[in-house]
Ligand binder design. Sequence first.
Ligand code: SD4
Length: 290
Amino acid sequence: KDNYPLVIATWNVKESTQAAWETLQQGKSALDAIEQGCRIEEANAEGQSVGIGGLPDRDGNVTLDACIMDSKGNYGAVVYLQNILHPISVARKVMEDTPHVILAGKGAEKFAISEGFKPVDLLTEKSKKDWEEWKKTSKYKPIINIENHDTIGMLAIDKNGDIAGGCTTSGLAYKMAGRVGDSPIIGAGLFIDNEVGGATATGLGEEVLKTVGSFLIVELMRQGKSPQEACEEAIGRIIHKNPDYKDFQVGYIAVNKRGETGFYSIHDGFSVTKFQNDNNENIPSDFYDK
Ligand code: SD4
């Protein structure tokens, strides 16, 4: 029981895990904690892979993907959402206030505005400059670890032992217009089963999608694997299927029902932030390609 409440997230996002932890301390649900935690990173204009300040697609549009899943197995997502600061909150509204689970593009934006979200320009001067610089060569190659990587995948367990998760991103920098990654797709970027545990992903979404990584991790835990073993096997699956793994990064994090955690990546440089037992800590991840 001492293992939770607990919050764990991809990358170095201490302010996000702090906000989620404080939400849990107020007696709120894991779902509330996830939403509050993710909102911090979404509003951080310095982070160039989530929310405002996210690097645009190759046409200069910032397009956001996000999803959220609760302990009852409910799920909501937005894909290719533009001009809205908090996709995680829109995803929650899709889950709670519509008969659907995914809304895309203009429809998602229209829904958000009808729910009171204000349109904002998400392309910052800095990201616009970086994009203009990129256009000079227009070489599309996913970067193994983006310096200030902060696509946030977050898992939380509240004091009742209930698990929720969320994932929010601006996707890959300079992606093709229309591209959607793993982050908002159930089973790929995120999966929760309150009887077993949860998992979430970061990195090259195409590889996570093709192996349905987060669902795989939860199913492996159901079969008795620890969160660590399950993350390692899911990374192993990608490596086995794709000999080009040296050129891209994927990182997974997982929790099980007992509040045990695991995390693993293909390459060095991935880290997680974990808030547990009053301690908010950024921890480097072990990795495959040594
Ligand atoms: C994607 N998985 O859109 C995301 C990108 C990511 O940190 O995790 N960036 O493919």
